[in-house]
Design a protein around this ligand. Structure first.
Ligand SMILES: *Cc1c(COP(=O)(O)O)cnc(C)c1O
Length: 394
């Protein structure tokens, strides 16, 4: 009898007791709307923003309804107009091209490397060719490109960079927190990310005007003086009549459960990385497997694991995923023709113009992914690696 893994790849840890207590206090108060605060009470959302700004070292922070909303809000704040080209990774999750398309703008895909980061040569070429003003850079599956080299290219081509840090909250490049290289950093607090409020998003920037615009966009009903991580009221004066309200605020209940999670994030990052390294160790040298290289300057958060099986064709990939699945190891294949769950290829986003992405397609054709939820132990991960190795040799 071959061993079978019995764990659940989508089971997160419970919300901690202190977060539950904070949630109950908000519920008992009845004041769930972020601006519905008692006199001299800052409110959970404003406090979360202040704490997240401190965590990332940003001047300003805004909490919003989702990671996807954060991306759209950032694009609007930068004045992205209908039909405007916006550069973005060909390998990312649907909310990224979706945010661009929702503004009527045009996603222009940039190739991905075997290390799953944006291809810098293709980025420079497409920046030049399209004259795009904005790059929406997605740190997909937590992989950071050489951010210093990327920012060089951005400066050379006058590109403003929005960072999609849905998978890199808590990560750093050369000791600079992810989300702090570009002009705006966007994060998600959806259940499958690094802190969990079901749905939610955070935005950081050092730019006072962009911060004010995003706060107005999020639906501040002119209550912006109640923010703690916002620019001074004067900055809003020049913008408040001209910035549309596109409501997407966070509420006090979600913020209440996020604040204790944010405080615990550094410990959680260390736990994720123990699991990641156990997985890496378990698959190192396995026949036919190519692992991602993690550069020295990258301090990653190993909340998911990717590997490739170069040389396998589509039928072999499907068969391998099925065999691992039968033994309880849930792998996702990013090369599948049909979008399923959280995996999809750029050619399944038909609201964007079809684009030729041979390099990305070749990478995705053999790319597998698995989540490493913190409900797994290092022994669980070792067992998963054993099963994968075993199936590779069959
Ligand atoms: C989750 C995710 C987002 C944001 O998603 P929401 O579900 O809207 O919070 C953005 N980019 C990537 C790469 C993601 O995985």
């Amino acid at each position: 009898m071959s061993e079978r893994f019995e764990g659940n790849f989508t089971q997160q840890e419970p919300i901690s007791e202190d977060a539950i207590a904070a949630a109950l206090a908000v519920l008992r108060s009845g004041r769930l709307h972020r601006y519905n605060t008692a006199p001299n009470e800052p409110g959970e959302v404003a406090l979360l923003e202040q704490e997240f700004a401190a965590f990332t070292g940003a001047k300003y922070c805004l909490a919003v309804a989702s990671g996807g909303y954060a991306l759209g809000c950032a694009l609007r704040a930068l004045g992205v107009a209908p039909d405007e080209p916006v550069l973005t990774n060909a390998f990312t999750l649907a909310p990224v091209p979706g945010a661009i398309a929702a503004l009527g703008a045009r996603p222009v895909f940039v190739e991905s490397t075997e290390n799953l980061t944006i291809d810098l040569a293709d980025l420079a070429a497409k920046a030049k060719k399209t004259g795009a003003r904005v790059l929406m850079l997605s740190h997909m599956r937590g992989h950071l490109c050489d951010m210093d080299a990327l920012m060089e290219i951005a400066r050379a081509h006058d590109l403003r960079v929005i960072e999609d840090c849905a998978h890199t909250m808590g990560a750093e490049w050369a000791s600079v927190p992810s989300g702090r290289h570009g002009v705006i950093g966007c994060y998600s607090t959806q259940t499958y990310k690094h802190i969990n409020s079901g749905e939610g998003g955070l935005i950081v920037t050092d730019d006072a005007e962009l911060a004010a615009r995003m706060i107005l966009l999020s639906g501040s009903y002119m209550m912006y003086p109640r923010h703690l991580a916002a620019p001074a009221s004067e900055v809003f004066e020049a913008l408040k009549y001209d910035t549309p309200n596109v409501s997407g605020r966070m509420d006090n209940l979600r913020a209440a459960i996020l604040r204790p999670q944010l405080a615990a994030l550094p410990e959680q990052v260390a736990r994720w990385n123990v699991l990641y390294r156990a997985m890496e160790e378990g698959l190192t040298g396995a026949p036919g497997v190519a692992l991602s290289e993690r550069p020295q300057a990258e301090q990653y958060v190993g909340s998911s694991f990717q590997f490739r099986l170069p040389g396998c064709d589509g039928a072999q990939m499907l068969d391998f995923v099925a065999r691992c699945g039968a033994r309880g190891v849930e792998l996702k294949w990013f090369g599948a023709a049909e979008p399923a769950g959280f995996t999809s290829r750029h050619d399944s986003w038909r609201y964007a113009q079809a684009q030729n992405m041979p390099k990305t397609d070749a990478v995705l054709a053999t790319l597998l992914d698995l989540r490493l939820p913190l409900t797994f132990s290092a022994a669980d991960v070792a067992q998963i690696a054993r099963i994968i190795r075993d199936e590779l040799t069959r």
